[in-house]
Design a binder for this molecule. Sequence first.
Ligand code: NAI
Length: 707
Amino acid sequence: MTTYDNDALRIAIDDGIAVITLAMDGGFNKVNRVLLEGLAGGLDWLDAQEGVRGIVLTSAHRDFCVGADLEMVLGNDDPALMLEATAALNAITRRLETGKPVVAALNGSALGGGYELALGCHHRIALDTPKSQIGLPEVSLGVIPGGGGTQRLPRLVGIQAALDVILQAKMLRPPKAKQAGLVDALAPDRDALLAAAKAWVTENPKAKQPWDTKGYRWPGARPASPDARNMFLAASAMVYKKTAGAFPAAEVALSVVQEGSAVIFERSLEIEARAFAKLATSPQARAMIRTLFFHKTAADKQKGLPHVEDPGFRKVAVLGAGMMGAGLAFVSAKAGYDVVLKDISTEALDRGMAHIDAELARLKHLDADARAALRARITPTVELEGLRGTDLVIEAVFEDLALKHRVIREVEPMLAENAVFASNTSALPIADLATASAHPDRFIGLHFFSPVEKMPLLEIITSAGTDDHTLARSLAYCRAIKKTPIVVNDGYGFYTTRVFSAYILEGAQLVAEGHDPVLVDWAARVAGMVVGPLQVFDEVTLTLGVHAMAEAEKYLGVASIPGAELVKRMVAADRKGKAHGAGFYDYASGRRKGSWDGLDGVRADLGVAATDGSVEALGERLILAQVAEVGRALDAGIIRNWRDAEVGAIFGIGFAPNTGGPLSYADQRGLPELVAALRRLEAAHGERYAPARTFVEMAEKGETFFG
Ligand code: NAI
């Protein structure tokens, strides 16, 4: 056997077939200079060998290759240099696909640039493992595939099927990837994978890419056909509906697929490369990559946070079987804990267990026995006695300080020695709750988001009395239930609730100033917000809003604004939100209809008339109202880590992901310009826009958050 190796790979030739095994340092392969130069070196060496019939490309690591080296992408803001990098990848894939038969043996995930490398092979076989994902997720990070993906995939599976993957940034498990044509075959294990790949090389000595074959016809609709035109039109409408124009990557991907489909293959790669280089070096994409990939990963890995391997939690109790409690019981049982779900009302427990059953039914990958076992881990009870020996208790009873105090006093004596007491309060200061606790050092805030099963974030709040070990144990629980943590300091509303409240209240304020709710919500989406403020307000209920405003006034002493008065009057007029079928919008069987036609009446009472505003101006106010509040949270020392400010805003409350987060937004605007804009709004609309001391000082010193 003849062999070769370099920094990126090793090659072994056996019986005329060269197996190239990608084996970069660090446990995974990523597309960067090392990989591309390694591949070029390997192919040079292969060219000099006699009797090579074909190539199998695979990886020594768990994954095949998970995409571009994002550090390289972040470290390069020069489009010309970025163009060079894509040219190098295109040169390799082009060299592979125009040479000897080559098969990609995908032993694990093949994503982004990794999957594009596989697309440059004549055939793709994937190991059928549930750990593996295959696809092109670039658009979700604000870029497009830059290594031929937008050109090869449509030519391989057809325009419609390719747009489906590219525009929605899909990552598919192997069986789905096979169905969608992303891979040609599946193999049950690694040996079978390599054997199948070698067999294909032997059986296809003249392999060529379809697009390099004479008489090539596009699968499905041909590019210039009326069908294809309709497809592009429909896709464009779909993209606009989803992105409101705030996320250019999907639009760019779409036009690159369309333009590329009209020209010869090699030219199409240049179109893609230019568009990629421009997007990937844009401030927006860089901020998205930094937050959605680097900061999110760092948060998931709990970097810089206290660690214990085993928190010693066996029995978890959840107090309150309401909307939050039932979800908390379910995710805890799913993570393997024995769970007691305690309420004072058997009806509430029944509703909670019904919710859990509905969630269980969704776990399609579990068989009936496994589901029954999971359900059996949850014990519903109205008896205090059931809590005996609990290691971790999370209270999710009504948001009422006196009630919570009573519950803490009643429950603590039942718990195991060293138990952690957590509150899922959405706003009450943890220190104020802990006054009822005999062990404030083991008292902490674990603020979840609704619906618990779906929302990825867990906001952990430590008060001055909470000890580090309790934080470490809570973080271990967070790992077990697979949530992304942010850790913040104590204060009314902590971080996310403050910013979220500022958002929906500003939405109400704009309505109180005469703007139509539909326009306000649209303006938010155009600015990048995931959901409009009034739609969310209706969902959390206006009643809760009124309660929260009263509390905020008490704790933070915030001045009341006309928007708050509007919300109170709406509640009085029985416009309490979606669950009541009536809020800022009308609802019919749970579906949102037009905005409420009674708003003019309420506004007339407040002395304002309906008015028109520009979408940009409204969007800016909705964003800046939140950024101003983030600034106050910085000043108040709530935010321990800038990374968490970004991750918390995006994953907790749907803050515009296209900005990379409120602090990245501040950076992109420039702090001096941000401060000036906030001052303008403060003068026009009130002190809630006043720029935080932190912003002002950083602006004066010429500082930025992330450089
Ligand atoms: P909910 O009203 O749906 O449920 C509260 C449950 O607590 C009811 O079933 C009630 O019977 C029960 N309960 C009342 N007193 C009790 C006692 N002494 N012992 C045991 N159970 C008792 O309320 P939800 O929405 O689940 O909220 C619970 C907590 O979670 C609140 O502190 C809330 O602020 C917080 N939260 C709520 C979020 C949401 O989106 N709804 C999000 C994050 C936190």
